[in-house]
Design a protein around this ligand. Structure first.
Ligand SMILES: C[S@@+](CC[C@H](N)C(=O)[O-])C[C@H]1O[C@@H](n2cnc3c(N)ncnc32)[C@H](O)[C@@H]1O
Length: 328
């Protein structure tokens, strides 16, 4: 009987998965689609949010990652000649200094932003009514919805705005993700993640770890659809290779093997989060309801189309009743 490994939705695993991702120096969460920062209609959407702001405005970008949206806002405000204070916050450990190195042209904007890593938005202690604009892209939907909506309503000044660009959802993609998550759950149930953790902690010696991998290999092969799964093919490649190593080879490759298993576990956690988000966003009206419930007014929402064709997300614009903001 294998002890259950951490569920994919444990906050520490989620945080580790994203911290590892941002430590790679990525600027966006869609690096295959964007070589540098988000561009086109996404960039325009964020630039337009800056137009009403005046000198001294306070802007908060939540779930910022390595700061992609905060940087678009900093650039737009600088072009407008508006001096604002921008804070960019994320629960994961973030690495804006890597963005500074990779994109020297962005260095002055990186330096103009106050980055706060390792802090869940739900628990961030910003002052009440302190922000003119709160933004989040592909981000706030990962937070606890009511707690995050309550924070937005609390920290916005009366008349302040909340602008969100959430993931676009698509039921075909959701079905594929559900299938892939089931395969990750097979790996968790076989004990892959727990065994690697035990080996790393010294609770399991190398020989027993290799034996455990042999059992995992057999269990994966018995799973229906194993032959067609790229995920299982990868795992079987790993278990097969480790199974052929001598004890000293295994010892020499210890870190690489543990890293490979942890990356699989991070993949499971990211996929689990994405699925949670797809379920939450299935009805934009219900999602917006969390923010309305918190006291914000939904001014508009609708899909955001990229290059005129491709739905890259759903935009929501909210305002807080009242009129006490920094406006030009
Ligand atoms: C898909 S990335 C989006 C990053 C960036 N906004 C972008 O558009 O590329 C989601 C981010 O949300 C962060 N996140 C998830 N839950 C969070 C929470 N409760 N508080 C703050 N950040 C959170 C993750 O650490 C991750 O960096």
């Amino acid at each position: 009987m294998v002890a259950p490994s951490d569920p994919a939705d444990s906050p520490s695993l989620q945080q580790r998965a994203w911290s590892r991702y941002w430590a790679s120096g990525a600027l966006t969460s869609l690096p295959e689609d964007f070589q540098a920062n988000y561009d086109g209609e996404i960039r325009e959407f964020w630039r337009a949010r800056c137009a009403p702001l005046a000198d001294g405005a306070a802007v908060l970008d939540v779930c910022t990652g390595n700061g992609a949206v905060a940087l678009l806002l900093a650039e737009a405000l600088s072009d407008l000649g508006v001096g604002a204070r921008i804070v960019a916050l994320d629960r994961a450990e973030i690495r804006p200094e890597l963005i500074r190195q990779r994109f020297p042209a962005l260095a002055r904007h990186v330096d103009s932003i106050r980055f706060v890593g390792g802090r869940p938005f739900e628990e961030a202690a910003f002052e009440d009514a302190s922000q003119d604009l709160v933004t989040s892209q592909y981000g706030i939907e990962y937070c606890k919805p009511d707690a995050a909506a309550g924070q937005c309503a609390r920290v916005l000044k009366p008349g302040g705005r909340l602008a969100l660009l959430t993931h676009a959802t698509d039921s075909a993609m959701r079905a594929t993700m559900e299938q892939e998550l089931e395969q990750y759950e097979v790996l968790a149930d076989c004990g892959l993640f727990q065994r690697a953790r035990d080996w790393r902690a010294g609770a399991l010696d190398g020989d027993r770890f290799v034996r455990a991998l042999g059992e995992i290999d057999a269990a994966v092969r018995r799973t229906s659809g194993a032959a067609a799964s790229p995920l299982f093919a990868y795992v079987l490649g790993l278990t097969g290779q480790v199974g052929r190593w001598t004890t000293s080879q295994l010892q020499a490759q210890r870190k690489a093997v543990i890293d490979a298993v942890e990356q699989l576990e991070d993949g499971r956690s990211r996929l689990d989060q994405m699925l949670g988000v797809h379920r939450l966003l299935a009805s934009p009206e219900q999602f917006a309801g969390h923010f309305e419930q918190a006291g914000l007014v939904l001014d508009e929402h609708g899909p955001l189309t990229y290059r005129g064709t491709h739905a890259v997300g759903h935009r929501f614009l909210f305002s807080k009743p009242g009129n006490d903001v920094s406006r030009g």
